[in-house]
Design a protein around this ligand. Structure first.
Ligand code: ZN
Length: 123
């Protein structure tokens, strides 16, 4: 899991997902232990099912939020700092930024140059 950026909406989903995974794994272990007492086939099947569900949710919460994080990260930073066109040096409005496959691009309204917006401000 990458935890360096944690916008609130994503964090809540991830948090509930993590709780669900923990609960599923907990019951998976409980069923696995109970299988040694009686009804081993039924309880092992239930344990395996819970375990698979836990894996699925864990996979879901660690995979999906990535694009959302990138968008929030960019829009949040660009409002704080102004962007300068590398070609003519004009300041570019944050609304000009478009995200193409996870990478933020901005188009200069003065000279028309499209350039990649770096995430770390240089000043
Ligand atoms: Zn320009």
């Amino acid at each position: 899991m990458q935890a360096h950026v944690t916008p609130i909406p994503v964090k809540i989903v991830t948090l509930f997902g993590a709780i669900a995974v923990a609960v599923l794994f907990f019951f998976a272990v409980v069923f696995a232990l109970a299988a040694s007492v009686q009804e081993p086939l039924t309880r092992l099947a239930a344990s395996g099912l819970l375990f698979v569900m836990g894996i699925a949710i864990a996979y879901y919460i660690t995979r999906k939020p990535k694009t959302v994080i990138q968008r929030l990260e960019v829009s949040g930073q660009m409002k704080a700092a102004s962007i300068k066109c590398p070609n003519c040096g004009a300041s570019v409005d944050a609304n000009q930024i478009k995200i193409v496959s996870g990478v933020p691009y901005a188009t200069c309204p003065y000279c028309g140059t499209t350039f990649e917006v770096t995430e770390e401000p240089k000043w």
